[in-house]
Design a protein around this ligand. Structure first.
Ligand code: ADP
Ligand code: MG
Length: 273
């Protein structure tokens, strides 16, 4: 093996130092077989850098592998964000914290680290329409996906539709198991539409099936005290809330709707014209 390596140390700098053709094609072949396209792309440039900077073989190998791993991780992150089915891409960076003095910034910063997901903890965002619940849910979901967790977003109504289809097909358990493969599910808009008894029971089963095993992030326009109205049954609602909040961060958001605020500002601008 050593005989095939040309010694180029000390030669004049060039874009790429000359090396035997067969080495290029061999490396192209090897990186293809290993499915490491990044290595195929960067090994030459890094080899030149390594010679110029007198890197050890170990340092060179580490640099090459690091580039491959970084590319693979970022491709994985992009894929996880895509497959989470967020209704829009809203990031925490885009979220104006000044508008929401009621939001505990330290708690949000902690949730943004996504460490709640491997612990199977939950997050509940409560507050009136337009306050930013869905935005925050997506922003936190993206953070969780970028931390390597599989995430799936849907509205409460759509989750129920999915579960009742499975239930009618006699495959509810299998469906719940499938959903458990997602480390974090986001259930948006609990409370906008009341559930009938079947839907309430399915929702309860969804929450129960993930208890201490996988995370849920729920948003609702209603405080817990009114969930009995949504689920048509105080007992079911209480049992579900118990499981949901046992290991959870509950953020209650208060203030003006961001949508209304944007509209007010537009109107004010119009009046001042
Ligand atoms: P909710 O789900 O609580 O009804 P949304 O998250 O849908 O509210 O917010 C309504 C709109 O206002 C969205 O377009 C959202 O991106 C935006 N928005 C809400 N709060 C903020 C904020 N603090 N900073 C930036 N945009 C916000
Ligand atoms: Mg919303």
């Amino acid at each position: 093996m050593a005989t095939t390596t040309a010694t180029t140390r000390g030669s004049t700098p060039a874009v790429h130092r000359p090396r035997p053709d067969h080495l290029d094609s061999k490396l192209a072949y090897l990186t293809r077989v290993l499915k490491t396209p990044t290595i195929g792309r960067v090994w030459q440039d890094l080899a030149d850098t390594a010679r110029d900077a007198n890197w050890s073989h170990e340092e060179y190998l580490t640099a090459v592998l690091e580039r491959q791993v970084a590319d693979r991780e970022s491709a994985g992150n992009m894929m996880r964000v895509r497959t989470a089915h967020f209704p829009a891409i809203k990031t925490l960076d885009d979220f104006n914290l000044d508008h929401l003095p009621s939001l505990r910034k330290d708690v949000l910063a902690h949730l943004a680290t996504a460490t709640f997901v491997p612990k199977a903890d939950n997050v509940v965002l409560l507050g009136p329409p337009g306050i930013g619940k869905t935005h925050l849910a997506i922003g936190l979901g993206i953070k969780a996906a970028q931390a390597g967790n599989s995430v799936l977003f849907d509205t409460a109504t759509n989750w129920i539709t999915r579960l009742s289809r499975a239930h009618h097909a006699g495959a509810l358990e299998a469906e719940l198991k499938k959903i458990r493969r997602y480390r974090l599910i986001i259930i948006d808009e609990v409370g906008y539409i009341p559930f009938d008894t079947d839907a309430a029971n399915l929702f309860f089963q969804l929450v129960a099936s993930r208890y201490e095993q996988a995370s849920i992030l729920v948003t609702s326009n209603l405080p817990f005290g009114r969930w009995g109205e949504v689920f048509g049954d105080e007992v079911v609602a209480a049992a579900m809330i118990d499981r949901l909040v046992h290991h959870a961060e509950v953020l209650t958001l208060a203030g003006d709707s961001y949508r209304t605020k944007a509209r007010r500002e537009l109107l004010a601008k119009d009046r001042n014209k």
